[in-house]
Design a protein around this ligand. Structure first.
Ligand SMILES: [Zn+2]
Length: 103
């Protein structure tokens, strides 16, 4: 019985996180409820990935996360860019890298 309560807590938690991202509360509730730990983890990754500032590789133009130091395709080391690409969760426009994405 205690397990059910724990699973419900995971489900509600995942649902709230998913809903805060504009996704379906019920969908993420189901995911988190069925696979509690993995579901919450997936929700967190899904969230952070889409909110992450991105940048273009100087060598091959591949879109990388801003925090990536080395391109995963061509291996070029990345300097901190002057411009970053807006997170996937926003429109695809260039913003100054110094701007706090949370602000
Ligand atoms: Zn590259």
């Amino acid at each position: 019985m205690a397990l059910i309560v724990i699973l419900l807590c995971f489900g509600v938690g995942g649902g709230i996180i998913g809903k805060s991202k504009g996704s379906s509360f019920f969908l993420w509730f189901l995911i988190s409820f069925c696979v509690p730990f993995i579901g919450v983890l997936t929700t967190a990754v899904y969230r952070s990935d889409r909110d992450e500032l991105r940048r273009e590789c100087a060598g091959c133009g591949r879109i990388l996360m801003l925090h990536d130091a080395i391109c995963t395709r061509c291996g070029t080391e990345q300097d901190f860019p002057e411009v970053a690409i807006a997170p996937e969760s926003q429109s695809r426009r260039r913003v100054p890298a110094s701007v706090d994405p949370a602000g």
